[in-house]
Design a protein around this ligand. Sequence first.
Ligand code: NI
Length: 158
Amino acid sequence: MAIRNIVKKGDEILNKRCKEVKEINRKILELLDDMAETMYEGNGVGLAAPQVGILKRIAVIDVGDGLIELINPVITETEGEQIETEGCLSIPGVYGKVKRPQRVVVEYLNRAGEKVRTEGTGLKAVCICHELDHLDGVLFDEKVIEFVELDNDEKENE
Ligand code: NI
């Protein structure tokens, strides 16, 4: 496992649409491992492959209830709405309120190549939406309703 460099806003790779993963090979598994390590190192709750310079539809999430590795994720259900403050490891120091669904269902392949689904509410729903946006080249600051200043102890990075 290795910590990878996080691509920062301004690099056009963050604005590109990622390609589907065709085969879950050793390189993909290594990428998943590295992304998780990089996310934890950055105290993030999510990280998408383009943030480490790879244009593939892969993201990792951990909002405190365990690591989820998403390959070719698709949101299949949404419900309600919430407005919460988000941040992003690719846009350090910037935080803002974004409107997201309160609940989402996401279908994806796990590392074994099995099609699985996960439901997320609250922060987990926010995180799933934020990371999937990255896979379509969309950064959260484009969706911010209001930018906010946060104290250090309140920060959480996606
Ligand atoms: Ni992000």
